[in-house]
Design a protein around this ligand. Structure first.
Ligand code: GLP
Length: 249
C-alpha cells in the first residue's frame, strides 16, 4: 500500500515535503535530486529556497535530473522545462546551473547524437553514471501520467520519445496562453522503469481534478492504464495530497 498524507494547506504540504528533501541532501550533499515541473512542486521549491537561505541545507554539490522536456520548442523558450528549473529552482537556491540536467532535444545533430532516440538513451545512461537518483520529486497528470508517461506506456520503459495525450495538451494549454495549438505534441521523458530506480520518491497532487488519478494510483490495479500505479511496486514512495486530491480515497 502506498503511504499517503493529506494536508490542510499547500504550505503545510510543501514545508513537510521540503524538510524531507533537505534531510536527504544534508546526509548526502553530493547526491542526485530528480526534479519535476508543473504547478504542483512550485511551493516546495520556494520552501527549499528558504531552507538554503537559512543554511538548513545546501544544493551546491547536488546534481539534478529533470523528468522530461518538450520537443519542438526553440532553445530557451519560456515554457521549456530547462527554463522552468532555472527560474524556479536555480534562482531560488544555491543549485548550480552546470549541475542541472534536462533531456535536450537540441543535442540532435551534435557529435554522437543523430536522433532524438539517441538523445533519450544518452540521458538514461547519464542518470546511471551519476549514481542514480536519491530523491525523485513527482507530480501526476489528471490522466494518471507521471513525467510524460501517458496511459499505455509500458511499466518497464526507459527514457524515450513520446507523444502527449490529448488530455495533457488540454491541461497544459494554460501555460501557453490557453492556446492548445501552441502546446508541443512530443517530448523526451524518463520512462517508468527509469523513474522506479530512484531510491526515494515523493509525489505531490493538488486539487480535485487529480482525485480520480490519485485513487487509481493508490487503490487501483497496477496497469499501464494508470502509469502512476506502477509506484505501488516501489519500496519507498510517499504521496503528499491536499484535501481535493484526496477526496475520492
Ligand atoms: C506535466 C508534466 C508532469 C507533471 C504534470 C502535472 O505535463 N510533464 O511531470 O507532473 O503535468 O502538472 P501540474 O503539477 O501543473 O498539475
Amino acid at each position: 500500500m502506498i503511504q499517503y498524507t493529506v494536508f490542510d494547506s499547500e504550505e503545510d504540504l510543501a514545508r513537510e515535503f521540503a524538510a524531507q528533501v533537505a534531510a536527504i541532501f544534508r546526509d548526502k550533499p553530493t547526491g542526485v535530486l530528480g526534479t519535476a515541473t508543473g504547478s504542483s512542486p512550485l511551493e516546495v521549491y520556494r520552501v527549499l529556497g528558504r531552507l538554503v537561505e537559512i543554511g538548513a541545507v545546501s544544493l551546491k554539490e547536488v546534481k539534478t535530473f529533470q523528468l522530461d522536456e518538450y520537443v519542438g520548442l526553440p532553445e530557451g523558450h519560456s515554457q521549456s522545462y530547462r527554463r522552468f528549473i532555472e527560474e524556479n529552482l536555480v534562482a531560488l537556491t544555491d543549485l548550480r546551473s552546470y549541475n542541472v540536467n534536462v533531456p535536450n532535444p537540441h543535442l540532435v545533430g551534435t557529435p554522437g547524437v543523430d536522433t532524438l532516440d539517441e538523445a533519450a538513451a544518452a540521458y538514461d545512461a547519464a542518470i546511471k553514471d551519476a549514481g542514480g537518483v536519491d530523491f525523485q520529486i513527482l507530480g501526476i497528470g489528471s490522466d494518471g501520467h507521471i513525467a510524460f508517461n501517458e496511459p499505455g506506456t509500458p511499466l518497464d520503459s526507459r527514457t524515450h520519445v513520446a507523444n502527449l495525450a490529448e488530455q495533457t495538451i488540454i491541461d497544459n494549454a494554460r501555460f501557453f496562453g490557453g492556446d492548445r495549438s501552441q502546446v508541443p505534441t512530443r517530448c523526451i521523458t524518463q520512462g517508468l522503469g527509469t523513474i522506479m530506480e530512484a531510491r526515494v520518491i515523493g509525489l505531490i497532487a493538488l486539487g480535485e481534478n487529480k482525485a480520480q488519478a490519485v485513487r487509481d494510483m493508490i487503490s487501483g490495479p497496477v496497469t499501464p492504464d494508470c502509469p502512476a500505479s506502477v509506484l505501488q511496486n516501489h519500496p519507498n514512495v510517499r504521496v503528499y495530497l491536499d484535501k481535493g486530491a484526496a477526496s475520492l480515497l
